[in-house]
Write a protein that binds this ligand. Structure first.
Ligand code: ADP
Ligand code: MG
Length: 335
C-alpha cells in the first residue's frame, strides 16, 4: 500500500483517498473551470484541464486556427474535422431533430447580431433578424463522415454543447488517471465522477433564476447537473431584459415561460444540449421529450414561480427553507 501511495501521491490512511482533495482551476471556454479529485493521481486535474484546453482550440469560433473557424470561413467548401469535432457536430445535429429545432448550432449569425458573442449588446431591427434567419437551419449543413460543409454566409458555434462534452472528456481523462471520485465545476455546469469519498452523494445547489442565491439542492452521484438560465448573460434596454438563449424560430430571446432549466443525467453532452433546449421549449414540450426518453431528469423554474421536476429526481430534490412554499409539480411517466 505504501508503494502505491507514493505512486498516487498525497493519499492517506491506506484507503486510497487524499487527506485533502486536490483542486486545480483554469479559465477555459470562456469560464472558470475547477477540477477537484479525491483520489487517483494528483496530476489528474491538470491533465483534465489540458484536455479541455485542447478541445477549446478546436471549437473556438473566434480563434482563426480552430476547426470551427475553418468551417465557418470555408466559403461553402467541405472541411475535414477531427473526430472530437465531427462527433460533437453530429450529436448537435441529432439534437436539433430531437428538439424540433430548439437547439440550433447554426444560430450564430443571429447571436452575433444581438451582441451576445462580443458583449456589445443591441436589439436588432426585425427586418435584420428575418434576413439573418434565412441563413440559419441545420438542414442546410452537411456532415459526411468527418467532412462538414457550412454554406457561404452561415456559421456554426458549439457554445451550447461544448462545455458538456468537454466535461465528459475530462472525466474520461480522470478515470485514466486512477480517479474514481471527483467533481468538475465548469462555470456552473457540475459533473460528478463517482460519489464522495465516504460513499455518500454530492450535494449540488441549483441557483435561483434571479441569479441570487440558491433555490434548491439535489443529492446525486456520478452524473452531470447542468443549468441554463436567463440570468447567466443578459442586457437591459428600455426596461426590457434580453437574455442569451434565443428561440431559433424567432431569432429573439426565448420566452417559453421557463426561466431556468437544470438537466441531470449520465452524459454531460446531453445535459448541456438539453438545458439550452428545454429553456426554449417550455414545460409542455419538455415533458413530452422526457416521456419519450430515459436518459435524463430535469428541474425547470417557470416565470410564474413554479418548479417543475421529473419523477426520477423527486427523491433527491429539496427546496431551501426560504423557498419551501414554492409550488413543486412532478412530471410522471404516466400522465
Ligand atoms: P452557458 O454556456 O451560458 O452556460 P448554454 O449551454 O445554455 O449556457 O449555452 C448558451 C449558448 O448557446 C449561448 O451563449 C449562445 O452562444 C448559444 N445559444 C443560444 N441559444 C441557442 C439555441 N437555441 N441553440 C443553440 N445555441 C444557442
Ligand atoms: Mg447548454
Amino acid at each position: 500500500m505504501t508503494a502505491a501511495c507514493i505512486f498516487m501521491g498525497g493519499c492517506s490512511g491506506g484507503n486510497g483517498y487524499f487527506d485533502e482533495p486536490v483542486s486545480k482551476s483554469d479559465f477555459l471556454m470562456d469560464t472558470y473551470m475547477t477540477v477537484t479529485v479525491y483520489n487517483g493521481s494528483s496530476s489528474a486535474p491538470e491533465k483534465a484541464l489540458s484536455r479541455a484546453g485542447e478541445l477549446e482550440k478546436k471549437w473556438s469560433v473566434t480563434d482563426s486556427s480552430s476547426e470551427i473557424y475553418a468551417a465557418d470561413h470555408s466559403g461553402g467548401k467541405p472541411v475535414t474535422l477531427s473526430e472530437d469535432t465531427a462527433d460533437l457536430v453530429s450529436f448537435a445535429l441529432s439534437m436539433n431533430e430531437k428538439t424540433d429545432g430548439a437547439l440550433d448550432i447554426s444560430l450564430y449569425p443571429v447571436l452575433r447580431e444581438w451582441g451576445f458573442t462580443t458583449g456589445e449588446y443591441r436589439v436588432p431591427e426585425d427586418s435584420r433578424i428575418t434576413e439573418l434567419l434565412e441563413s440559419v437551419g441545420c438542414e442546410k449543413l452537411s456532415l459526411d463522415g468527418r467532412d462538414i460543409t457550412v454554406p457561404d454566409g452561415m456559421s456554426i458555434d458549439l457554445g451550447s454543447v461544448g462545455k458538456g462534452r468537454a466535461g465528459d472528456e475530462m472525466i474520461k481523462t480522470l478515470k485514466e488517471n486512477g480517479v474514481t471520485s471527483a467533481m468538475l465545476d465548469l462555470g456552473g455546469n457540475i459533473q460528478l465522477l463517482g460519489s464522495k469519498p465516504d460513499g455518500s452523494d454530492f450535494r449540488i445547489a441549483v441557483r435561483h433564476p434571479s441569479g441570487e442565491g440558491n433555490l434548491a439542492k439535489v443529492e446525486v452521484s456520478d452524473c452531470a447537473v447542468i443549468t441554463s438560465g436567463g440570468y447567466e448573460r443578459f442586457f437591459e434596454q428600455d426596461g426590457n431584459i434580453y437574455w442569451h438563449i434565443l428561440d431559433p424560430k424567432t431569432g429573439c430571446p426565448a420566452h417559453s415561460g421557463v426561466v431556468s432549466a437544470t438537466v441531470i443525467g449520465k452524459s454531460g453532452t446531453l445535459c448541456d444540449a438539453l438545458s439550452t433546449s428545454l429553456f426554449v421549449m417550455g414545460t409542455e414540450r419538455a415533458a413530452d421529450l422526457w416521456r419519450a426518453s430515459d436518459d435524463f431528469d430535469y428541474i425547470l423554474v417557470t416565470d410564474d414561480g413554479r418548479a417543475v421536476i421529473t419523477e426520477g429526481i423527486e427523491n433527491s430534490f429539496t427546496l431551501y427553507d426560504e423557498f419551501s412554499s414554492m409550488t413543486v409539480e412532478v412530471v410522471r411517466r404516466e400522465k
